[in-house]
Unconditional design. Sequence first.
Length: 111
Amino acid sequence: MSSDDAVMPLPGGGHADPPERLSPFQQHVVAVVSTLEPGDLVTYGEVALEAGHPGAGQAVANVLRRVPGLPWWRVLPMDGRLYRQHREVATALLVAEGHRVDETGRVHPAP
């Protein structure tokens, strides 16, 4: 991981200690999420599909909670609404990338 990764905020409820070794699934998720650029938005399900594990969206969320240094705020539930425990930090990060977050926590992508 680069030195910039150390300053990325953890998601609400995230673990400060990464797993000692990543499983093949975790490695695939990390590979997919690591390619997300500022302004990109994907769903947990899309990451799971791209990682070769369709239907494993909840498992993707678990990886994002355990592995620091990933741009977790760019990965959203299918309905586009932020989880309450992530909302404060994620909103600031998403707004900084040009997105809008409404009062219900739904993310509206940048034009």
